[in-house]
Design a protein around this ligand. Structure first.
Ligand SMILES: O=P(O)(O)OC[C@@]1(O)O[C@H](CO)[C@@H](O)[C@@H]1O
Ligand SMILES: [Mg+2]
Length: 289
């Protein structure tokens, strides 16, 4: 019976619903990109936000609340947090949402823009859905059940030799010279190992899908947020990849830093080169004004 299957697989319905909502959100983003985009800024003059980010987050959270009930499920959304909502992961069923990952790309028409929806229970990620809406590719993964792109199983690359790898990183939106210097110093060291190439799509979500499909061997960044990487973390892991902290310790979703890779050999080789700089945790207490 359906009751029984629901009991055996309590989050299947939520997973299917997330895929539907991500597709719907992506359609809204695609349409919005066809007309003029009004741009505002957030944490810095290069941290962009548009009405579409806010509208799409409202659509996603609104649909989820309607389906799963307000109160029982919690929500961490990029634009809600920007407006002062808390960003704390509890044991409750929690949706972690980036309505538009790659807002700068969206504003410029650079063709990688993703909707990222993840779901965690007891602080464990259960599933992740990333809809790369301009490419029209739906990536998804459930804990223990493999990772898919448009219903085809995906798998990380089997390269173990760093000299035969492509590595992704991003520059972030904090342009303080000391941080930019460390970012470029790390990139220079990795480039000169040498690796086959350095890349960056401009969205962490898409970058993690590129690790999951085997197009690149690794993506790392300091300064990302939980909503950029929560869905991607499940997809990379289920595609056979690994997640680590930039210091080689265990991956921590709220720590603002991460290395995702096809295997531990590649991950640890990159970690050797990373110049770490500080980024305040996503769940740091909000400072009283
Ligand atoms: O604000 P947005 O568009 O959702 O975040 C875009 C983004 O570029 O910011 C991170 C920090 O560089 C990226 O890796 C991440 O995906
Ligand atoms: Mg983002």
């Amino acid at each position: 019976t359906s009751y029984r299957s629901t009991m055996e697989d309590p989050w299947q319905k939520a997973y299917d619903f997330a895929v539907t909502v991500a597709r719907k959100a992506g359609e809204v983003i695609r349409k919005a990109g066809e007309s003029e985009i009004k741009v505002s800024t957030k944490s810095s003059t290069v941290d962009l936000v548009t009405k579409t980010d806010e509208r799409v987050e409202k659509i996603i959270i609104g649909s989820l609340k309607e389906e799963f009930g307000e109160g029982t499920h919690c929500f961490i959304g990029e634009e809600s947090v920007a407006k002062g909502e808390p960003c704390i992961l509890t044991h409750k069923p929690t949706w972690i949402i980036d309505p538009v990952d790659g807002t700068t790309n969206f504003v410029h028409g650079f063709p990688f823009v993703a909707v990222s929806i993840a779901f965690a229970v007891n602080k464990q990620l259960e599933f992740g859905v990333i809809y790369s809406c301009l490419e029209d590719k739906m990536y998804k993964a459930r804990n223990g059940k493999g990772a898919y792109c448009d219903d085809e199983l995906i798998q990380v690359s089997d390269v173990k030799d760093i000299n035969k790898s492509i590595i992704i990183s991003e520059h972030g939106t904090d342009r303080s010279p000391e941080k930019v210097k460390k970012i470029f110093s790390t990139m220079q060291k990795i480039l000169c190992i040498p690796v086959h190439g350095l890349r960056g799509s401009g969205t962490a979500a898409t970058n993690m899908c590129l690790v999951a499909t085997g197009a690149v061997e690794a993506f790392f960044e300091i300064g990302i947020h939980c909503w950029d990487i929560a869905a991607g973390a499940v997809i990379v892991k289920e595609a056979g990849g690994v997640l680590l902290d930039v210091d080689g310790g265990p991956f921590d979703l709220m720590s603002r830093r991460m290395v995702s890779a096809n295997n531990e050999v590649i991950a640890r080789r990159i970690i050797k080169e990373i110049e770490i700089f500080s980024a305040e945790r996503d769940d740091a207490p909000i400072q009283k004004k």
